[in-house]
Design a protein around this ligand. Sequence first.
Ligand SMILES: Nc1ncnc2c1ncn2[C@@H]1O[C@H](COP(=O)(O)OP(=O)(O)OP(=O)(O)O)[C@@H](O)[C@H]1O
Ligand SMILES: [Mg+2]
Length: 401
Amino acid sequence: MVVFQNVSKVYANDTAAVNNLDLTIEKGELVVLIGPSGCGKTTTLKMVNRLIEPTSGKILVRGKDIYNENPVQLRRRIGYVIQQIGLFPHMTIAQNIGLVPKLSGVNHEKINQRVEQLLEMVSLDPQLYRDRYPKQLSGGEQQRVGVLRALAADPDVILMDEPFGALDPISREQLQSELKRLHDSVQKTIIFVTHDMDEALKLADRIVLMKDGQVVQTGEPEELIRNPANDFVREFIGEKHILRHPEVVLVEEIMMKTPVVGELQMGLAKSLQKMQEYKVNTLLIVDNEDKLVGILPMKAAQQGIRSGKKLKAKDMLEPVRESVTPHDTVLHAASQLDVSSFGFIPVIDENRHLKGLLNYASLVNTFVDVIWSNNDPINEEEETENGYNSTESMDDISTAR
Ligand SMILES: Nc1ncnc2c1ncn2[C@@H]1O[C@H](COP(=O)(O)OP(=O)(O)OP(=O)(O)O)[C@@H](O)[C@H]1O
Ligand SMILES: [Mg+2]
């Protein structure tokens, strides 16, 4: 739908604002151009509607070289939304929205219908808003009208240059959601410029990350988060968004630090009581130096009580077969977890001191799709069978001890 072929823009001062750009934007795609200030986003955008002419290269819109099109005609068929909104202050909201269709000769009745339909689309009551002037609207409402104005002539390409940049965070989020909904329903080709990565991740079908007038990486948001091409991309996306791989994350970073423990001399009834209290079905049994000596499952405790003998935790212990250290990788821990009969793995140091516990719940939030991308071992049976596995009990456990 929009194709850049080897496009460069060199301003008079000799800096290449855009440098040999090759980029194809498909019909219906919402592509977000993102990058640091001055990297050439606005220049790229403005070349599409010929507000700026490239120094070299070719741009095709709907398969046609725009160099051969009349710029005014071209612009009427391409929606354009900018940060400063650019509503005409002396025109009503309805007149602002209807401007381009009017210039294109659409009749009055049709324009009115269109204006109403558009206002309703973004939850602005036409009765209340159509005859107001821009200054009688909040910033967020004005920005909505700006978007509607770009949609009014039903263009199939819309250019948006930091359209929500000046808004407060709440209006901004609202408008982002609205745009996303709008795009899902009308399937326009949208090129959206921002330097806010949260915004890009939320909106984009595809992100184009630019630096010094060139594309550094392009891909679906997922792709950039999973496989940032280099340190620049990683830094730009921000650590908080980067999906760290389980082979580099250590157990101590995600383990539960306060598992529910019992002592060797604890009576079985008391042990059961503690399991019930913390909604778990095993106790990690430690000696008086806090070293892990075994695991007491609920079933074993119940069995012991039924035997009628006066037994203690130490009499019904099961051995610890699998364990990891705080410095093992999560990937290694996950493989241990898969063979563990308890559905969790105790974390102990070289001297067997209990440091924590790792279970599926600790892994699920961050890693489930990375570790188990091809199969899903967390079946429901396991989840309900073992209290340690449920996220709900994780909160209880973390306050225990
Ligand atoms: N009219 C101009 N004359 C000379 N240089 C310009 C002109 N317009 C932009 N530039 C330069 O071109 C480069 C790219 O500018 P552009 O406006 O495309 O950046 P941007 O990525 O949109 O930045 P921002 O995020 O700050 O809006 C910058 O170095 C800028 O200084
Ligand atoms: Mg800009």
